[in-house]
Design a protein around this ligand. Sequence first.
Ligand code: SF4
Ligand code: SF4
Length: 426
Amino acid sequence: MKKLEDYSEDIYKCTKCGFCQAACPVFQETGLETAVSRGKFTLLHGILSGKVDFSEKIAKYLDMCLGCKACYDFCPSGISAEEIITAARAENNKINGINFLKKFIIWCFKSNIRLKALKTALTVYKKTGLIHLTGKIAGILGRWGNLIKIFNLQLNQNIEYTKLSAVKEKKEMKVVYFPGCIGNYVNISAKNAVIMVLEKNGVEVYIPDNFSCCGISSRSAGDFDTFKKLAEKNISLIPDDIDYLLTDCASCGSAWEFYPDLFEGELKNKAFRLYEKAVNINKFLETIDVYIPENVELKQVVTYHDPCHLARFQHVSEEPRSLLRKIPGLVYREMHGADKCCGAAGTFCVVKPGISQAISASKAKNILDTDADLVSTSCSACKIGISQGLAGMNAEKQILSPVELLAKLYILEENIDFAKNELKRN
Ligand code: SF4
Ligand code: SF4
């Protein structure tokens, strides 16, 4: 991984034009110069020239970045603040350590034993009916109640796995699917949908046991050691001769882009080969001319939120919309600022809850303005940001990935007990 000093030329390239202010969601909410990339580059310039030292105060300013890359599109000098701020966080960690909350989240997600324990605890929480109890009292608990609502919403399993009959011949391709830790351990709805949609289209998918978290939250916290360990484990579990490495969660998909930079030698080569095979599920479905049933429909209005890690990091924004538009009965309505960050941004929502909620509220307002029945997005973290915004406005909407919606259509077509697969509100 590049160090902060490797970015000194980029930092010096900042002309202080201020165009980044127009794009930065954190600046829009706080109005603070230190929140936007220009201000951070001034601080980092001071650090690189030895006039300023890393301190807890500087660390707090560095925390004020979602890593959304929105400023990059506006920057005439082509500077990627996201990369530079991540590198600066890593340098700061060496001096001031990692923020306790970030450390705790990384600790939870870096071990599969803890993730499996979390899965068991969540299963108990759902099966014993505790989820319904907390859902009922959430309304009287104010802000804490909202947190419960957001948490419970992430556990709704919209799609239960059902073996569907294939409509296409089995394709001769080796496909690995990387569901990510949320897909594997917290809510397997999106994972079920991906497997079902692929099976229906004749694509057999292999998911190695013991995949770890992609590590993207450790990367954004500047904990490159953890990121590297998780990357190495994930890379080692994938055979070299695959044709495609599929991801559906935007954050997990972009992690594969960063893996090659972590290694040297053969491991770097393998990471790079896998990165070249990595493709987002929405894009993959276009390449195989995905089957769309014509005899059933989903009569709902949908709007789509672009995850930053999908639209800006992987340049996938048209494909999910195109899939939604193909679903019979579904009316697509574009929201204002669809590509603006949802406010969750990994650990940002925990470290900067006030700013995170304000950004999520602006996203929720744009969603509500469309009058859509449901929201679609392709990222498990964005589902948190969107539900946070909606909960703050006392609104509730289904949040499903385009592939989950397609799986619903397939289930309808096969006339499977649809009620079983309908959204279970808590
Ligand atoms: S848009 Fe780019 S060059 Fe202009 S102030 Fe922002 S970071 Fe600097
Ligand atoms: S990456 Fe996003 S949050 Fe960070 S400075 Fe750029 S626009 Fe602002």
